[in-house]
Design a protein around this ligand. Structure first.
Ligand code: ADP
Ligand code: MG
Length: 637
């Protein structure tokens, strides 16, 4: 039989390659603007007509090209930016694949004009569908202008696939903003259908953010600055109260390149956890500087995804830095900022030691005194008269631990003083340490604290417990979700989950669209303790499951997980790890209707308050409410 393999002609290969590089007008905008920056321009102008469907033009004042380079620039794999594969590891330019111009020229009409600084005349080249139709010497300003017309003129299917002008323009503006944010020292302008959309002078970063997002942005911004050995982080986060419904104000740049990272996005979200409402997204504009050797930006053709050598450390640093900033600017209490050289992974409790609450006792307390004042200065406790010594606890509370007011984490103070309730016997006082100085130690630094509270279960749904100011009602299902969620996230981030070996492998059947979902989560699932021995078209074989997960629950968990993933908008910032932890926590959490022993109730209360964010469930619903004696009093009026 005759040979049948042929080399594809260049223009066909270019058209195929173009499919990867150019998905829509915004892709062209990105490539052309990046070329302008790589050419050291300090002024870049973007001109758009009809959302890029008619014209996309980028004019720069960069170094320009020689006539030969101008011609070569449209060849596939023609680049001035790398010479050998090693160069990929010390990359300081945006482009390096040498594909953009070739791809664009394959699917549009392109007109290039360019002049080098020291030359008097420049070059003009016209290309239509990879064919050079003209090359001439022209008078043109220093720098380069690339005009792209009739995008996808020779691929009607692609052209028809384009969205409305509003949508395509939105994409263009997104790209424009990303590039402009990454380079505040370069002036950018954008025009659409003849009118100015953006005019951004060269400025500092804060100004750039404000110029793009509007004057009101200024007051929203909280600076973030941290320098560590592996990473320099700078930029801003938005104050929590300005969190947005959409993710339009979330920007990560790594070495001046916009990137998307669900994992790092999660680091920020977790720094904001408890500060913003469910469904709201914090704004951030953060620049990370890392050694180019430690990243791989080549895993995605359009290069917005990136691989880091040490993602976990970055996660921890970013989370801590953001928390630190929020705390420093009085936006949130600093709960766990501890930036040192052996930065631990998030959700690490190892540094927390048990702390015995200090208790102060008022020896002059007279339970029969008529007047009860509502507050007391701790310094006056040993000298005050009996009439001013009662606390708000009413009947039996004659001893309180003082605590710092106005820490946002008000739950810490809930149990203060409980240990000392009960007896009024003078002799008991000898066992209690006297302490007259105000102490700011929070009580719940350890899992064991608070083990003496009395708890009751109501309707197999709520756990009720007395606290200093009144009572606490915990939703058992939500509380347990919170506890499991934090534990799961912890084991996924430190990757140290313990799994239990199954006696016989478990075979579970799934549909052909469910399998890929599981497969995409396989790695994360393994970090929770799952062990998969086989993935086939419709079957998954499991040989190990996380400890504490009964074998009978496994299929329920995985089904729940698939449906959660399907319901989550498949958008860029989607974090598999977070979703997985939420989903498994939901499946495993004890349900409403389950009766709990006293010990289990106490354990639940203690574990909840050992959590980082005890007050809300993973889906940001309240896990407990408190009712003060005052509230109760009012009910009896
Ligand atoms: P890459 O940017 O990956 O090198 P491109 O196809 O985008 O590939 O560009 C090919 C080459 O053309 C670049 O390496 C650069 O030398 C040159 N070039 C492209 N645009 C410009 C520009 N605006 N100014 C100067 N040179 C340019
Ligand atoms: Mg390029």
């Amino acid at each position: 039989m005759a040979d049948i393999i042929q080399l594809l002609p260049d223009h066909v290969a270019n058209q195929i390659a173009a499919g990867e590089v150019v998905q829509r007008p915004a892709s062209v905008v990105k490539e052309l603007m990046e070329n302008a920056i790589d050419a050291d321009a300090n002024q870049v102008k973007l001109i758009i007509k009809e959302a890029g469907k008619t014209l996309i033009q980028v004019i720069d004042n960069g170094k320009g090209m020689s006539p030969t380079d101008a011609r070569l620039s449209f060849e596939r794999h023609a680049t001035s930016k790398i010479r050998a594969a090693e160069d990929l590891f010390s990359l300081h330019t945006k482009g390096f694949r040498g594909e953009a111009l070739a791809s664009i020229a394959a699917i549009a009409h392109v007109e290039l004009k360019t002049r080098q600084r020291e030359e008097e005349l420049g070059t003009q080249i016209t290309i239509e569908g990879s064919e050079v139709t003209a090359q001439e010497v022209v008078v043109t300003p220093e720098g380069t202008s690339v005009a792209v017309k009739h995008l996808f003129f020779n691929i009607p299917a692609r052209r028809n696939f384009l969205k409305s002008n509003t949508v395509e323009l939105r994409h263009i503006i997104d790209e424009f903003q990303r590039v402009a944010l990454a380079h505040p020292d370069i002036a950018f302008m954008m025009y659409h259908n003849g009118s100015e959309t953006f005019n951004l002078p060269a400025s500092n970063y804060r100004q750039r953010v404000v110029n793009i997002f509007g004057g009101k942005t200024n007051e929203k911004l909280v600076p973030v600055n941290e320098v560590t050995e592996v990473l320099k982080i700078s930029g801003f986060v938005g104050k929590p109260e300005f969190a947005k419904k959409n993710r339009n104000e979330q920007f990560f740049f790594v070495n001046d390149r916009f990137i998307k990272s669900a994992y790092l996005n999660h680091a920020i979200n977790s720094a904001f956890e408890g500060l913003i409402k469910d469904g709201a997204h914090p704004s951030y504009f953060l620049n990370l500087e890392v050694d180019p050797k430690t990243i791989d930006i080549n895993i995605h053709p359009t290069k917005t995804e990136i691989k880091f050598d040490d993602e976990h450390t970055l996660y921890a640093i970013i989370r801590s830095s953001v928390k630190h900033s929020l705390g420093q600017f009085n936006i949130a209490p600093v709960l766990d900022f501890d930036l040192d050289t052996n930065l631990d992974t998030p959700y690490d409790y190892k540094d927390k030691k048990a702390s015995t609450p200090t208790i102060e006792v008022d020896r002059n307390f007279n339970p029969f005194a008529e007047e009860m004042s509502t507050s007391r200065q701790s310094s006056s406790s040993s000298s005050s008269s009996s009439s001013s010594s009662s606390s708000s606890f009413g009947g039996g509370s004659f001893a309180t631990t003082s605590y710092k007011k106005d820490t946002g984490a008000s739950w810490e103070s809930l149990y203060v003083g409980l240990e000392s309730k009960g007896t009024r016997d003078e002799e008991d006082f000898s066992e209690v340490e006297f302490e007259s100085e105000e102490t700011t130690e929070p009580l719940f630094q350890d899992h064991e604290v608070g083990a003496t509270q009395n708890t009751y279960q109501v309707h197999n749904k709520y756990i009720v417990s007395t606290i200093k100011s009144g009572m606490l009602v915990i939703d058992q299902h939500r509380a347990h979700q919170r506890i499991l969620y934090e534990n799961l996230l912890k084991s996924m981030t430190v990757r140290e989950a313990v799994s239990q070996q199954l006696l016989f492998p478990l075979e579970l059947h799934f549909s052909s669209n469910e399998i890929p979902i599981l497969e995409s989560l396989k790695e994360d699932l393994e970090f929770t303790g799952f062990v998969f021995s086989q993935f086939s078209e419709d079957l998954v074989e499991i040989t190990g499951v996380p400890v504490n997960v009964p074998e009978s629950e496994v299929s329920i968990i995985l089904e729940q997980l698939i449906s959660d993933v399907e319901q989550e908008v498949p958008d860029s910032s989607f974090s598999a790890t977070d979703l997985l932890a939420k989903s498994i926590a939901k499946s495993l959490a004890i349900k409403t209707g389950q009766s709990l022993t006293k010990l289990e109730q106490e354990h639940m209360v203690n574990s909840l308050f050992a959590c980082k964010e005890p007050s809300v469930s993973p889906t940001n619903r309240p896990t407990f409410i408190t009712m003060s004696v005052d509230d109760l009093d009012k009910k009896f009026m």
